[in-house]
Design a protein around this ligand. Sequence first.
Ligand SMILES: [Zn+2]
Length: 88
Amino acid sequence: MTLVDERELSDLKLCRKECSICGATWLNNVHHWRTGKRGSELDLAGLVCNQIKAAECINTAKGRTGGDTWEKRAEFIRKFDLESKVSE
Ligand SMILES: [Zn+2]
């Protein structure tokens, strides 16, 4: 009885890791943005970790490309801007 109770408790335990460099958090190994929104490690790498280039960063996708980047975002904004000008 006691053993079962203890196991249930440990299953519910939330494992929380926070990167002191980029401020991102991992809840049970799922990355969340500082805002609490669920995120992508690859996007985090492209937007934050690859820019900082800190060895202390705990993001496992750090150094990898293919996620969201500021270049991609700027491109998106440029296109959006162009489209809204065309429709005016
Ligand atoms: Zn980090």
